[in-house]
Write a protein that binds this ligand. Structure first.
Ligand code: MV4
Length: 443
């Protein structure tokens, strides 16, 4: 097993990784920007290294500084968390080239899945259902029109290097194709440095359901059931839960086993997520995430596993994954607490004047906040994750509301009131929503 791991991240996920390392008897190195010197992970880690000034580009994205910090401190492995360098194949390659272990998949798997066209081709070949559309890249507007005629409008043009909702154009009818095709290519080139695009049938009101997997890189993989992440605003997830309230046991079992088999055939190593759109009883694979995700705690809660520990064990080559699915333990919901203005959603950095986190049965708070902490203006506005576990979805919602009522965060604005509003709706209670519901009906 590794003796020392460097944590190449910040905030709640850096602390989350540090906690698993502590339990496993692994020493930790926290790297941080000069804006994060008072961070909780810096206090708890065995060592810390300041890797640069506040802007991410000069600190948390500074590959050379991070690898140097690992070398200087004698860390053997680097955990990238999520965001930042987590899905950067060049970084994974550089880490390995320096004789260090990247806690995640191989750089080849990161590269393949980062290319949305290659990811879809791989998924199709390995037996996953995909959205009808172009067979690979679409090079001309004539080709785009032919495909759209075949699958019928509306269609969606997507950037091959896109993801997270950026670089997409809906085309409602034939006359709009020419303009949107050119625009999508232009925007893709500007945003991602590649104008490669592909086309899919547009699904008007799907749910976003994703399957959590973990592979050992030796052909064995396991799934940890699914998460429903349909409550989102501007491609930012707000609430995630497991299991999805929409699925019958047999369709759940089928899609989860398909994702598991796909991971096994890939020889995938580490934690990963297969993202699907689900509409009218059908699943459509759209993307794969080759990292631990923000919402991993809901899967941990219903499965009773530590997914960060699993990542570390398979990266060290010390675990043979067993393909038996964990038993599902009731229901779990994660509420993302953001430092943001309740009306404008603008980030709300500043000093935490008072802080009281909820507790009690089935309540987990993943956060690096404390009274006196100053939320810096340079990074993501996620400041806490409230993860609720209960025997049923109904009790889980009631418990979540109780926990929200206990939560006191003063000095900055948060979206706690928005969560209370969502949990109080009949649509959420009855599971009657799609990926557009929050934006169209509530905010
Ligand atoms: C789609 C879609 C409808 N039809 N693909 C947005 C993010 C990216 N990961 C994929 N996305 C979508 N792809 C087809 N063929 C609708 C979305 C979408 C969406 C998906 C998941 C969660 C939230 C979303 C919000 C708007 C659009």
């Amino acid at each position: 097993m590794f003796k020392k791991i460097l944590i190449a991240n910040r905030g709640e996920i850096a602390l989350r990784i540090q906690r698993s390392c502590s339990e496993m008897g692994i020493a930790t190195v926290a790297v941080h920007s000069s804006a994060d010197t008072q961070a909780m992970v810096v206090q708890f880690a065995d060592e810390s290294v300041c890797i640069g000034p506040p802007p991410s580009a000069e600190s948390y994205l500074n590959m050379r500084a991070i690898i140097s910090a690992a070398k200087i401190t004698g860390a053997e492995a680097i955990h990238p968390g999520y965001g930042f360098l987590a899905e950067n194949a060049d970084f994974a390659e550089m880490v390995e080239a320096h004789g260090l272990c990247f806690i995640g998949p191989t750089c080849e798997h990161i590269k393949t899945m980062g290319d949305k066209i290659a990811a879809k081709k791989t998924a199709l070949k390995l037996g996953l259902p995909i959205v009808p559309g172009s067979d690979g890249a679409v090079k001309s507007v004539e080709q785009a029109s032919l495909i759209a005629d075949k699958i019928n409008y509306p269609v969606l043009i997507k950037a091959a290097s896109g993801g997270g909702g950026r670089g997409m154009k809906i085309v409602q009818k034939k006359q709009d194709m020419e303009e949107n095709f050119a625009l999508c290519r232009q925007e893709a080139l500007a945003a991602f440095g590649s104008e490669e695009v592909y086309i899919e049938k547009y699904l008007p009101s799907p749910r976003h359901i994703e399957v959590q997997v973990c592979g050992d890189g030796k052909g064995n993989a396991q799934h940890f059931w699914e998460r429903d992440c349909s409550i989102q605003r501007r491609h930012q997830k707000v609430i995630e839960e497991a299991p999805s309230s929409l699925l019958a046991p047999r369709e759940r079992q089928k899609i989860c086993e398909q994702a598991q088999e796909c991971s096994a055939k890939l020889g995938y190593r580490g934690a990963g997520t297969f993202e699907f759109l689900y509409q009218d009883g059908e699943f459509y694979f759209i993307e794969m995430n080759t990292r631990i995700q923000v919402e991993h705690p809901v899967s941990e809660s219903i499965c009773g596993v530590d997914l960060i520990a699993e990542q570390i064990l398979v990266a060290a080559g010390e675990k043979k994954i067993c393909s038996v699915a964990p038993k599902m333990l009731g229901h779990a919901i994660e509420l993302r607490i953001n430092a943001e203005h309740p009306e404008t959603f603008a980030p709300s950095p500043g000093v935490i004047e008072n802080y009281h986190a909820p507790g009690g049965l089935g309540v987990r708070v993943d956060s690096a906040l404390f009274r006196g902490y100053k939320v810096p203006p340079f990074y993501d506005s996620l400041i806490a994750k409230l993860i609720i576990q209960a025997p049923s979805r109904k009790i889980c919602i009631e418990r979540a509301m109780r926990a929200l009522n206990e939560y006191a965060i003063e000095g900055i604005n948060t979206n706690i009131a928005l969560h209370k509003k969502i949990l109080a709706t009949s649509e959420f209670a009855n599971g009657k929503y799609d990926i557009h519901w929050l934006e169209n009906s509530l905010v």
